[in-house]
Design a protein around this ligand. Structure first.
Ligand code: ZN
Length: 435
């Protein structure tokens, strides 16, 4: 089902026109209302009149996460507080969180984004959507909740945590849809597998919406087979609204982006120049119709590419390829770029291992050490190190050939690597403490 055929299936020339109109309007709006944008544009000698179509977007300055932190909490806000209806914030691991504020219109637009994603999976009336994202400042919980409301489904706001109860309610209330981070979904799947009280065959789950962290095709297979569902990626970021900036259709050949609301660009992160069509680079978003806190050319740090060919599902909305990683998450180990998501993708090629892993990077005698904890599945585990060797060797060889670094692999007991209920933590870079 297509939630908003007019926007999702708009001919590209019409979309270009709509984006142009919206960009001109939002640039003028930001220039007049937000000193931050006025200052930045003045410095470049740019006036809102210089922006005549969406193609002029390249003239505009970028906005970075540092800008958002510097303007904490409401420096980028374009409306008086009396027009704001909600405040969210992303969990800042270091320093101040990133703040997002919303007017009624913004919440409406956000829930439509989520509703479009849910409709991609034919989720609607009669579906029980178990929202196991955390409810709170994090946009996951309320974002999925409002989207579920918009498609007319039944909202089951369990929030994250208390897995036993989650599973009991999933069975007793007949949840048909699970929405949470992929790592938490995997944790729930493992608990269901271990439980003798519940049986996945007695559950009604059929769809999963997973997002807020990058995940791999291997993880998708794992979740689909363990939970008996079709798993869909839902993409978003607090800076643009939250989840629902885009999502996968049933073709699962990339993530459709709702480009009538969020204009995507791909730039070269080093030169900051636009990349050629189809080239990989850093994803940049401009919110084209947000009222409370519109953001111009926000550098997401997500590395991906855009696919403009029409999709078999009928949508013309541009598709984003799987995110290769975040330039923020990228580790440089012995001069080699390593994305944790690549390690995860390799791990899921080996059915003897669970997809759980933990990377520790440290520096000893001026040399980077890369330690990788992995878990064998129950049926393959033996505490005897000599029996583990045959499993380590192929994984080691594959990592050396794909990533180009030599990992120290440690096999851990099943279920011993910490599971997370929100966004997964896969890396401890101890080198930071020695600097
Ligand atoms: Zn499609």
């Amino acid at each position: 089902m297509i939630f908003n055929p007019k926007m999702e299936c708009m001919p590209r020339e019409d979309m270009h026109k709509l984006q142009s109109e919206r960009l001109c309007k939002i640039v003028k709006y930001c220039y007049e209302r937000v000193p931050f944008y006025k200052k930045k544009m003045d410095r470049l000698g740019l006036s809102p009149d210089d922006i005549k179509s969406i193609d002029d977007i390249v003239k505009l300055p970028f906005t970075t996460k540092t800008d958002l932190r510097d303007e904490y909490p409401f420096g980028l806000q374009a409306v008086p507080m009396s027009e704001v209806r909600r405040i969210h914030a992303s969990s800042g691991t270091t320093g101040k969180p990133v703040v997002a504020t919303y007017t009624d219109h913004d919440i409406e637009m956000w829930s439509e984004g989520v509703a479009r994603v849910m409709s991609c999976a034919n989720v609607g009336k009669g579906d029980v959507i178990q929202v196991s994202y955390g409810y709170g400042l994090f946009t996951g919980g309320l974002g999925a909740h409002d989207g579920a409301n918009k498609v007319g489904a039944i909202q089951l706001p369990t929030s994250a945590g208390n897995s036993e109860k989650q599973i009991m309610l999933m069975q007793d209330f007949g949840s048909t849809v699970l929405a949470c981070t992929p790592s938490y979904a995997l944790h729930l799947a493992e608990r269901i597998e271990q439980s003798d009280k519940v049986d996945i065959n007695n559950m009604k789950l059929r769809v999963g919406f997973f997002g807020a962290e990058p995940w791999t095709e291997g993880m998708r297979k794992e979740l689909e087979s363990k939970l008996h569902i079709k798993a869909f990626d839902i993409y978003g970021l607090t800076e643009m609204s939250g989840p629902g900036v885009g999502g996968e259709c049933e073709e699962q050949n990339g993530t459709h982006l709702w480009e009538d609301m969020f204009y995507p660009e791909i730039i070269n992160p080093d030169t900051l120049e636009p990349c050629a069509h189809g080239e990989f680079g850093e994803l940049v978003f401009t919110s084209l119709c947000k009222e409370a806190m519109p953001i111009i050319r926000y550098r997401t740090r997500d590395l991906t590419r855009l696919i403009y060919e029409p999709c078999k599902c009928g949508r013309t909305a541009v598709r984003m390829d799987k995110i290769l990683g975040r330039s923020d998450d990228m580790l440089i180990v012995r001069g080699v770029n390593v994305f944790p998501s690549t390690i995860e993708a390799i791990l899921t090629e080996f059915p003897v291992f669970t997809p759980q892993y933990f990377i520790t990077v440290d520096r000893k005698n001026n040399e980077d050490m890369f330690d990788l904890d992995v878990e064998l599945r129950n049926e393959f585990f033996s505490p005897n190190p000599s029996k583990q060797m045959p499993f380590i060797k192929p994984l080691y060889d594959r990592i050396v050939s794909v990533v180009g670094i030599k990992p120290n692999i440690h096999i851990k007991e099943p279920n011993s690597i910490a599971r997370s209920i929100g966004k997964a933590k896969h890396v401890n870079d101890k080198r930071n403490f020695h600097r």
